[in-house]
Design a protein. Structure first.
Lengths: 114, 115
């Protein structure tokens, strides 16, 4: 089963509203990352939050991490039509050799209506 | 503006044919990942290289898939023979594994259709 599960699977909002997406995971992580994917394109890294951090901001993005509940949330404030995309959380699991393996959820499809 | 490049962008082939997908990682990156994305399964890790050495290919069907890095500027993913269930978008990503916190940079993907 997926390590990370996003919720909701789809979200439709009006421009200017805030969008909140949640991610739950199962095992201990080194960090958690959020990626964005526009239709027909590759994934783009948005933000990384380490396991010892609780909240992080980047522009209109706010990410929280609760390791006790094994959950994270991504908040996009003052959404724009250009924010329409799929958003994925990815949990970083330690691998052999000191590197990390990212395990992706199935994503939340966000539609921002003008 | 450094980017991961993938070729071809689209590939349509018939069942049984060999398919080779290529990836040029970002110069200086030492990790390369191959992913497959489908509606049903989402994004699955197929193979992972660090400093050109394969570290994990547990997600890859061994009987028909193979992944290699002939040199630091080229990673390949081959399917032989291809099957209709291999139809998917295949992404390559690269990163730099140094302090242990890796951000991955994705290529645009190869959309494979096996008829």
């Amino acid at each position: 089963s997926q390590q990370g599960e996003e919720d909701p699977q789809a979200l439709s909002i009006q421009e200017g509203e805030n969008a909140t997406m949640n991610c739950s995971y199962k095992t201990s992580i080194n960090n958690l990352q959020w990626y964005r994917q526009n239709s027909g394109r590759g994934l783009v890294h948005l933000i990384l939050i380490r396991s010892n951090e609780r909240e992080k901001h980047s522009g209109r993005l706010r990410v929280t991490l609760d390791t006790s509940k094994k959950s994270s949330s991504l908040l996009i404030t003052a959404s724009r039509a250009a924010d329409t995309a799929s958003y994925f959380c990815a949990t970083a699991l330690q691998m052999q050799g000191g590197s990390e393996k990212l395990v992706f959820g199935k994503g939340t499809k966000l539609t921002v209506n003008p | 503006d450094a980017r991961v490049t993938q070729t071809p962008r689209d590939k349509v082939t018939e069942m049984g044919q060999e398919v080779t997908m290529r990836c040029q990682p970002i110069l200086g990156h030492n990790t390369v990942f191959w992913y497959r994305q489908t509606m049903m399964q989402g994004l699955e890790l197929l193979a992972y290289f660090r400093n050109r050495a394969p570290l994990d290919d547990s997600g890859m069907p061994k009987d028909r898939f193979s992944a290699e890095m002939p040199d630091a500027t080229l990673a390949t993913l081959k399917i032989q023979p291809s099957e209709p269930r291999d139809s998917a978008v295949y992404f390559c990503a690269s990163g730099f594994s140094g302090a242990g916190t890796d951000t991955q940079y994705f290529g645009p993907g190869t959309r494979l259709t096996v008829l």
